[in-house]
Design a protein around this ligand. Sequence first.
Ligand code: UDP
Length: 402
Amino acid sequence: MVPMLAQYRDIAPKGTVEFLRRLGERAQGKSMLHVNSTRYGGGVAEILHRLVPLLAELGVNTRWEVISGTDVFYKATKSFHNALQGTKQRITTEMYDAYLHCNRENAKQLNLEADVAMVHDPQPAALIDAHPQGTRWIWRCHIDLSTPQRAVWQFLRAYVVRYDAAVFSLPKFAQRLPIPQFLIYPSIDPLSDKNRELMPEEINHILQRLGVPQDKPILLQVSRFDRFKDPVGVVEAYRLVKKSHDCRLVLAGGTATDDPEGAEVLAEVQGAVEMDPDVHVLLLPPTANIEINALQRAASIVLQKSTREGFGLTVTEALWKGKPVIGGETGGITVQVIHGQTGYTVNSPEGAAFYIKRLLNEPELLAAMGRQAKEYARHRFLITRHLQEYLGLIIHLSRRAS
Ligand code: UDP
């Protein structure tokens, strides 16, 4: 096993690695199991790839199991996911049955023995039915449960209440539950390709390859082409700024071939942009981690003008790169963008343009805010803080068990 923790010594706040080792001593010999529904793709899998070996290095015997399912199961859980996040869905009895059947089959096949089992998101939540003796069960919810479709939540809730604890990513994402609830923010890994330091030559080379000249300040938004991310609002803000300040706008997002709405939003953006040579709409493949890293580092200001947002990891990534973020006043953006300190929260293109201009007019303010942004991310949103909280939870729950 390659030791990894020491690599965070100069990155995490001073004393963090030592503190983690102390916590590790308290959790020594305990076993932990993570269960989710995918090994690759999405933020949950990405962070587990790093958290699991780090927990193991700290002495927690950690395993990660992935449930498998049929097409009907995945279709059902996709609908559950949308319904739980507030989009009306028609869920049939067959879908509920497929969900339960698949959870039962997985419970038979997977080894669920552990001191603490952390089950991520709704897909494997019904595994609690298997309930091996002596295990403390945690339901780790990464999604926004603030306005769920009632029937789906009632169905899922019947399983959730049997857990020993639930963990949410933001207070407003939580639901009333009769079990202990904990708040744990997501995190980014400062050593991943998406976030690690890059040499200036590397950044220049990538920007050249992407066809983005660095001759004027770059405004950047990285996100899926989704209406809630308001890319058209970003273009409007850019146009207002452009009347007085020469700059470029980069909108970078995933290709939207399998998402009809994504293609529609992309077409709207392209329509709004017309033939402006200073606007770059980049379609990036899902593997474009270093490209996103380079764009975030090359930008002067990062925007995340969402009208609705989950936690907003693109914001975390930008803060970590020392960039002030101008973000929509919604979801996790409000705990990351501290107005006037790490960026500005806004509610309109006009508001965004106002603060972009302020920062472009005051390079010293921009630089100072960028430094604050980075320190804020260092203390609150790195994987090392995430690890501390998971260790705390393991110690707390296994003490209660004994
Ligand atoms: N991302 C990416 N390629 C894209 C768009 C986004 O890799 O084309 C990444 C982005 O860097 C971030 C994550 O996907 O790590 C998006 O997370 P966020 O919480 O910001 O938004 P979500 O897409 O989950 O609503």
